[in-house]
Design a protein around this ligand. Structure first.
Ligand SMILES: Nc1ncnc2c1ncn2[C@@H]1O[C@H](COP(=O)(O)OP(=O)(O)OP(=O)(O)O)[C@@H](O)[C@H]1O
Ligand SMILES: [Mg+2]
Length: 507
C-alpha cells in the first residue's frame, strides 16, 4: 500500500504528517500527489472530506521549499497562489498550509474581504511563498499595487467549479491575465458540471485528470434521508429532529440569509440555541459563529450556502437541508460537511411540495434515491400546539414582518412573493434583490459583505412556484439512501447553466 514516504516529499513534510497522525494517504492523495510533483497541470475530483487540501498543499509546499532561496523574497511577490470562494474556507486552507508546512519556514499569508486591507498590504510587502485569497480582495490588492503576481509558479483553484462559475469567472480571468503563462495550475472539487470542466481548459495546459469516484458522488459514509413536509411545518419538524439524542452537532442550511435569521429565532422559541452564518453578517460575526460551532459552544449552525463548501469540522453529526438548494451540486457539498475523513454522518432534507423539481434534480445528479421517511408520531398535534411563530404560513410571516407587529399582519405584503420561499418584501433585504437579468459579478469582497459567493449564493427566487402535486405527503417508505449504487453509472444530466446562474444572481 502506498505510504506518504513513497512520494519523495521533503523529509520535514513526512515528519509533520507523522506527527499529525496521517498514517496513509487517501485515494485522491495517492493519485494527485505524484502527478502534481511531476509538474503537470491537474483536475482533481474526489468526494467531500477525502483530503483534497493535502492533495494539493503537500506537493505545492514541496515544490516551493525546493525552490526557496533564503532571504531572497522579492517585495510583494507571491510564488504559490490558492484561490477559494469564501473567506472562511480561505482561512481554513491557510491554517492547513501552516500546519503541513510548519517545519519548512515558508511564509503563508491569507487575504480576504470584510476586514481592513491595510494590514494585508503591510504583510504582503515582504513577499509571500503561499498566498491564499478570495478573488475580490486579491483584485483590490492588485489594483492598489500591493501585490505582484509576476512570480507565481503554482495556482490552485479550490472548489474549482464554484470558482469558474458565474459568480467568479470574470475576476478569475482578470487575475489569470496577471499571472505568468508558464505555471502549474491545479483545480479541485467534489463536483464538476460538464460545462464548467470545458471552461477549465482555458486555465490549464493538457491537465491530467484524477477522479477517484464519479463526479458529484456524495460522501460514502453519509446516510441520506428525507421528509416530505409542508413548508409551514418545517420549523416544528426541525425543532423536533434537533432534539433527538444522536444529533450532537448540526449544520442547517437555508436558502436565504433572511430565512437563516428567521430560523434562528424559531429555534430559539423551541429552546434550541443556534447561531447564523451568512453574507449579511459582519466578518467578525461570521467567524464568531463558526468558531462557537467548531468549539462546541453552540451545537447548531444555521447557514446559507456560504458554509456549503470546504468547511472542515470533524464532529458534525448531522446536516439538515431546511430548504433544498437551487443548484443540485450544492447538495453534494452541503451534506459533505458531515461524514468527513472516514467518519459517519447523517443528512436529512425537509422537502416541501414546491421543491419536487429540486428533489428530482438532486436524485438525478447523485444517483441516490431520497424517499420520504414517515413523519414522527403525533406530529400533526405538535404542529397544532406549536407557537404561532413556528407555524405561521409564509404569507402571514411576510405580512407580520412588514407590519413589524408579529401579529399576522393586517397590512398587505409588498413585493409579490409568488413562488418564493422565505423571502422578505422586496427592497427590505438583500436576499431577494436582483432576481432578474444581471448575472452575479464576481467576488469583490472589499465591501465587508461582497464576496462573490455571498452575492452569488445566498438567496434565489424559486422558479417552480410550488405548483407541483405532492407525492406521498411524508408516508413514503424509509430509506437509507446511503451510497450511490454501482458508483460508475449515473444518469447523464447535469443541471443546466441557466438554473445555476439563476441561483447565483441573488444575495
Ligand atoms: N491522509 C490523511 N489521513 C488522515 N486524515 C486526513 C488525511 N488527509 C486529510 N485528512 C483529514 O481529512 C479531513 C478532510 O480533509 P479536506 O478538508 O482536505 O477534505 P476535502 O476533500 O477538501 O473536502 P471538501 O470537498 O469538503 O472540501 C481533514 O480534517 C483532514 O485533516
Ligand atoms: Mg476541500
Amino acid at each position: 500500500m502506498t505510504q506518504f514516504s513513497d512520494f519523495g516529499l521533503a523529509a520535514p513534510l513526512i515528519k509533520t504528517l507523522d506527527a499529525l497522525g496521517y498514517t496513509q494517504p487517501t485515494p485522491i492523495q495517492t493519485q494527485a500527489i505524484p502527478l502534481v510533483l511531476s509538474g503537470k497541470d491537474m483536475l482533481g475530483i474526489a468526494q467531500t472530506g477525502t483530503g483534497k487540501t493535502a492533495a494539493f498543499a503537500l506537493p505545492l509546499l514541496h515544490h516551493l521549499n525546493a525552490s526557496q532561496k533564503e532571504g531572497d523574497r522579492i517585495r510583494k511577490s507571491v510564488r504559490g497562489l490558492v484561490l477559494a470562494p469564501t473567506r472562511e474556507l480561505a482561512t481554513q486552507i491557510a491554517e492547513s498550509f501552516r500546519e503541513y508546512g510548519r517545519l519548512l519556514g515558508l511564509r503563508v499569508n491569507v487575504v480576504l474581504g470584510g476586514v481592513p486591507i491595510n494590514k494585508q498590504i503591510r504583510t504582503l510587502e515582504k513577499g509571500t511563498d503561499v498566498l491564499i485569497a478570495t478573488p475580490g480582495r486579491l483584485e483590490d490588492l492588485m489594483q492598489q499595487k500591493a501585490v505582484t503576481l509576476d512570480y507565481v509558479t503554482h495556482l490552485v483553484l479550490d472548489e474549482a467549479d464554484q470558482m469558474l462559475d458565474m459568480g467568479f469567472i470574470h475576476a478569475l480571468k482578470r487575475i489569470a491575465k496577471a499571472l505568468p503563462r508558464e505555471r502549474q495550475t491545479m483545480l479541485f472539487s467534489a463536483t464538476m458540471p460538464s460545462e464548467i470542466e470545458a471552461l477549465s481548459k482555458q486555465f490549464q495546459k493538457d491537465p491530467g485528470k484524477v477522479s477517484v469516484a464519479p463526479v458529484s458522488s456524495t460522501a460514502e459514509r453519509v446516510s441520506q434521508h428525507a421528509y416530505f413536509v409542508k413548508q409551514k411545518d418545517k420549523a416544528v419538524l426541525l425543532s423536533r429532529l434537533l432534539k433527538e439524542r444522536e444529533v450532537s452537532r448540526a449544520i442547517i442550511f437555508t436558502r436565504t440569509k433572511h430565512g437563516a435569521n428567521r430560523l434562528v429565532g424559531q429555534l430559539d422559541k423551541s429552546n434550541l440555541d443556534a447561531m447564523a452564518i451568512h453574507g449579511n453578517k459582519t466578518q467578525n460575526q461570521r467567524q464568531k459563529a463558526l468558531n462557537s460551532f467548531r468549539e462546541g459552544k453552540c451545537a447548531f449552525l444555521v447557514a446559507t450556502d456560504v458554509a456549503a463548501r470546504g468547511i472542515d469540522i470533524p464532529e458534525v453529526s448531522h446536516v439538515f437541508n431546511f430548504d433544498l438548494p437551487e443548484v443540485p451540486e450544492q447538495y453534494v457539498h452541503r451534506i459533505g460537511r458531515t461524514a468527513r475523513a472516514g467518519r459517519e454522518g447523517t443528512a436529512v432534507s425537509l422537502i416541501s411540495d414546491g421543491e419536487r423539481n429540486l428533489h428530482r434534480a438532486i436524485e438525478k445528479l447523485t444517483n441516490v434515491r431520497l424517499d420520504g421517511l414517515p413523519l414522527p408520531d403525533g406530529f400533526a398535534q405538535e404542529v397544532k400546539d406549536a407557537p404561532e411563530e413556528l407555524t405561521a404560513s409564509h404569507r402571514d410571516r411576510r405580512k407580520s414582518e412588514f407590519s413589524g407587529r408579529g401579529d399576522g399582519g393586517k397590512r398587505p405584503a409588498r413585493g409579490g412573493g409568488k413562488g418564493r420561499s422565505g423571502g422578505p418584501p422586496r427592497g427590505r433585504n438583500n436576499d431577494t434583490r436582483s432576481s432578474e437579468g444581471r448575472p452575479a459579478r464576481s467576488g469583490q469582497d472589499d465591501g465587508g459583505n461582497r464576496d462573490g459567493l455571498e452575492r452569488a449564493m445566498g438567496a434565489g427566487p424559486r422558479g417552480d412556484g410550488g405548483k407541483r402535486p405532492a407525492r406521498g405527503g411524508g408516508n413514503g417508505r424509509p430509506t437509507r439512501g446511503g451510497k450511490p449504487q454501482g458508483q460508475a453509472k449515473r444518469p447523464g444530466g447535469q443541471s443546466s447553466r441557466g438554473n445555476r446562474a439563476r441561483a447565483r444572481q441573488d444575495s
